[in-house]
Design a protein around this ligand. Structure first.
Ligand SMILES: *Cc1c(COP(=O)(O)O)cnc(C)c1O
Length: 512
């Protein structure tokens, strides 16, 4: 079916108001789909079982009659085909990496090869019970060991734990390792330094571990400078938590001086590895002085995400932190692989069993399929794509920090702030052009931030379509500000009270 031929879904916001002619827009109307109850017709059935040869036993033999219903009033009566069509159409109302460019900065919403889904579903993996004795699970254990070694190689770290279930849990694990390291040296220290541009999970992880967080300002070029950091370092600093490239998409150029400075004061460096999509195959955090990093496998290594999981946030460490890694740890002897808890200095478990195994399988399949050269190529394409968009959009949007970026570029609202149009309006308008919106209002150091991460999997044609949409919107800011303030106009519903929609969802259908 051709989506663009279907009539536009009427919404309250467009029905009785006047708008400038919208023929200038490229129409991408969504499917006009009623509630499944409205598709219902009496007596229509989805599935019928063959006549049973056995005697029928009435339910009220066994159940009190008061609990038995005569009829299923209000239930939709629809055929199987109608059910499939209904839900398939509804699924088209979502913008996803499977339907469009999904440039959500910091989240790396790249298209992930379906082959990795197939591999994760192999019965030998998907039917494997976590309590199966190790001797029957040697293949799976070898996969975990190989994956940990691949991740160590990619990051330049010495050892990897696959246990943490998400990036944020990897951060917490990493900070706990740092805490254990300092405690073993007689003084757990008190503070963790975090740049102003950091992801919100960074201060949360440090605080959960009992540290006070001290914010380090971002320099005028959008990166840290050593002199500023030096002003914050003292004997109470346990670690610096730094993201590289940072959340402005910029490489921390003074990273070597900064990590040397921390180490000179006996402090450690936590590197948030969520942006590894901009480094893998090209540069290694382990070479930059990181003592511990987390990987976001669901961002960089092929697990579709965005719906709330599952993900995986393995942690890589240098040798001096290895004794503290979570248990159980995989060990290998003449009988093969087995789990061991014989690591007395370990911080203990951070998750049940051994991590989100199916996510680990996808990452392993992805890494093997790409190979070292393939990963490096993906990194280069991610950086090229972000810079291509940066150059195309620079004439119309204000770049927060001028100059080349790595895998994402961040614009501010400076060019349109005086018009009363907000970054939110621009983001909502993009939905009308069929694109998911970039990350907005993050990082906090940029006013009205619009943070775009195209990823390596987009073609030049798609990047151009996306840039054209944003350039058209930039023109609309002065020509049709009223349209922008009401956008989106071509979606089933327009602007929702997002908090109320989450807290008081209306899930019950009542017959009119
Ligand atoms: C996504 C992200 C995180 C958190 O990862 P989750 O898997 O969502 O917990 C941390 N830091 C940065 C920079 C991120 O982009």
């Amino acid at each position: 079916m051709n989506i663009t031929e279907r009539k536009q879904v009427p919404t309250e916001s467009v029905s009785d108001r006047q708008h400038p002619p919208r023929h200038t827009l490229r129409k991408r109307t969504l499917l006009d789909e009623p509630l499944i109850f409205e598709r219902s017709a009496p007596g229509r059935i989805g599935y019928s079982l063959p006549e049973d040869e056995l005697p029928v036993r009435e339910l009220d033999h066994d159940l009190p009659p008061a609990l038995c219903r005569e009829a299923l009033d209000g239930f939709p009566e629809v055929s199987e085909g109608e059910v499939v069509r209904h839900f398939t159409r509804l699924s088209q109302w979502n913008l996803s990496a499977a339907t469009t460019l999904y440039p959500l900065g910091s989240c790396t919403m790249k298209y992930n090869p379906v082959i990795n889904e197939v591999v994760a579903r192999f019965p030998g993996f998907s039917h494997l019970h976590p309590l199966v004795p190790e001797e029957y699970a040697q293949g799976a254990l070898q996969l975990l060991d190989d994956l940990a070694r691949c991740l160590a190689e990619i990051s330049g770290m010495d050892a990897v734990s696959l246990q943490p279930a998400a990036g944020a849990q990897g951060e917490l694990t990493g900070i706990k390792l740092i805490h254990a390291y300092h405690r073993d040296r007689g003084h757990p220290r008190k503070t963790v330094l975090i740049p102003a541009s950091a992801h919100g999970t960074n201060p949360a992880s440090a605080a959960l571990c009992g540290y006070s967080v001290v914010e380090v300002p971002t320099g005028s070029a959008g990166v840290l400078d050593t002199t500023t950091v030096a002003g914050f370092v003292d004997a109470d600093v346990a670690a610096l938590m730094v993201t590289n490239p940072n959340t402005l998409g910029l490489f921390e150029r003074e990273i070597l001086q900064i990590t040397a400075l921390l180490h000179a004061h006996g402090a450690l460096v936590y590197m948030d590895g969520a942006n590894l999509n901009a480094l893998m195959g090209v540069a290694k955090p382990g070479h930059m002085g990181a003592d511990v990093i987390q990987f976001n496998l669901h961002k960089t290594f092929s697990t579709p995400h965005g719906g709330g999981g599952p993900g995986a946030g393995p942690v890589g460490v240098k040798q001096h932190l290895e004794p503290y890694l979570p248990i159980p740890r995989l060990v290998r002897d003449e009988n093969g692989y087995r789990w061991s808890e014989a690591f007395p200095r370990s911080i203990g478990r951070v998750r049940s069993f051994y991590g989100n195994f199916a996510v680990l399988v996808r990452a392993y399949a992805y890494i093997l399929a790409m190979g070292g050269d393939g990963l490096a190529h993906a990194t280069r394409m991610a950086v090229l794509n972000a810079n291509y968009l940066r150059k195309r959009l620079e004439p119309a949007y204000h770049l927060a920090y001028p100059g080349p970026c790595l895998h994402e570029c961040v614009f501010s609202d400076e060019s349109f702030r005086h018009t009363g149009i907000k970054t939110l309006d621009v983001a909502k308008r993009l939905l009308d052009y069929g694109f998911y919106a970039p990350t907005i209002y993050f990082p906090l150091v940029v006013s009205g931030a619009l943070m775009i991460e195209p990823t390596e999997t987009e073609s030049k044609e798609t990047l151009d379509e996306f840039a054209d949409a944003l350039l058209t919107i930039a023109a609309e800011i002065t020509k049709h500000p009223d349209v922008l303030k009401e956008a989106p106009l071509n979606t089933p519903v327009s602007r929702l009270d997002e908090t109320r929609a989450a807290r008081h969802p209306v899930l019950r259908w009542t017959q009119a």
